[in-house]
Design a protein around this ligand. Structure first.
Ligand code: NAP
Length: 282
């Protein structure tokens, strides 16, 4: 067996066309504030890419760049201004934040209807209750990738490796909401291979290149590799050992070119949703 590729680039192009059509029909354009504190190199790149995508789609972006030594109070005050500014529909604070900042407090301070990362307690709670509103971009992008390829998780054994608040937990919840039977694994899971081998759908969001080997994958499984880290050669790599997993799986998402392009489009979709939510209430 050689796995077919879950092509995130192709799926994101289709999604982009859909979003562009939607934006074309909107009288006013959504505006997202992208907040970056400091100079973390990865954050510089991520925020730049997000702004470029906004420009391409016709979403207005406002870049808020604060110095590395910004205090918690200063950041909170800035967020409050963005929260109450009716011209801003969406707020994203790029992580990681400098050590002096409490990232959870920051996330909780973002107005729930502008919380396009979906990390705040209100949006997380709604997801937990099966009433998703603004959902974290990467898990939402994963679900969209599956939908693009008409891969249905209903009743299937889905294993999610990784339990972070930004990927693993919301993804598991989305899968549960979609009627999958969900198992979560993490660093304390005993005999990970025995768990992953049960998976009809295996999702890995860990950040350890090569963690998932072909031997850990059930024949014919669908493997979605969310991990992105640098391997020993300094190249971007997923969690799955691509060559060995490819021989066992029916479908496999590559890194790069899998979940990554879906994540950014998911943020764009959330920005449009945030605009719609606020205008519905007005
Ligand atoms: P994180 O907060 O570091 O969480 C990693 C998770 O992996 C934790 O739950 C941890 O378990 C678990 N883990 C660590 N070692 C493990 C092992 N040996 N076996 C099983 N589980 C293990 O990371 P994250 O923010 O969720 O991100 C995960 C990966 O996804 C990273 O590579 C990140 O770069 C990538 N990512 C990609 C995108 C994208 O758009 N493609 C977006 C977001 C994140 P414990 O909870 O027990 O510590």
């Amino acid at each position: 067996m050689v796995a077919k590729i879950l092509d995130g680039k192709a799926a994101s192009v289709a999604w982009e066309a859909e979003l562009a059509a939607k934006l074309g029909n909107m009288q006013a354009k959504p505006c997202i504030a992208l907040v970056r504190v400091g100079e973390d190199p990865a954050s510089v790149t991520y925020v730049k890419k997000k702004i470029e995508m906004c420009t391409r789609l016709g979403i207005v972006s406002q870049f808020v760049h604060l110095p590395q030594n910004t205090t918690q109070d200063e950041l909170m005050a800035r967020l409050e201004k963005l929260n109450t500014d009716p011209r801003i529909h969406a707020i994203l604070v790029q992580v990681p934040l400098p050590d002096q900042i409490d990232a959870v407090a920051v996330q909780n301070a973002i107005a729930p209807l502008k919380d396009v990362d979906g990390f705040g307690p209100e949006n997380m709670g709604l997801l937990l209750m099966g009433r998703p509103r603004l959902v974290a971009a990467t898990p939402a992008g994963v679900m969209r990738l599956l939908k693009h390829y008409s891969l249905d998780v209903t009743g299937k054994n889905c294993v999610v490796v990784g339990r972070s608040n930004i990927v693993g937990k919301p993804l598991a919840q989305l899968l549960l909401n979609a009627d999958a039977t969900v198992t979560m694994a993490h660093s304390k899971t005993q005999n990970l291979a025995a768990v992953t081998k049960q998976a009809d759908f295996l999702f890995s969001a860990v950040g350890k290149p090569g963690l998932i080997t072909g031997a850990m994958v059930k024949k014919g499984a669908i493997v979605v590799d969310i991990g992105t880290s640098k391997n020993d050669e300094g190249k971007l790599a997923g969690d799955a050992q691509f060559e060995s997993v490819k021989k066992r799986a029916a479908w496999l998402s590559p890194v790069p070119g899998g979940v990554g392009p879906m994540t950014i489009m998911s943020l764009m979709a959330n920005t449009i949703s945030a605009y719609e939510l606020q205008n519905k209430r007005a």
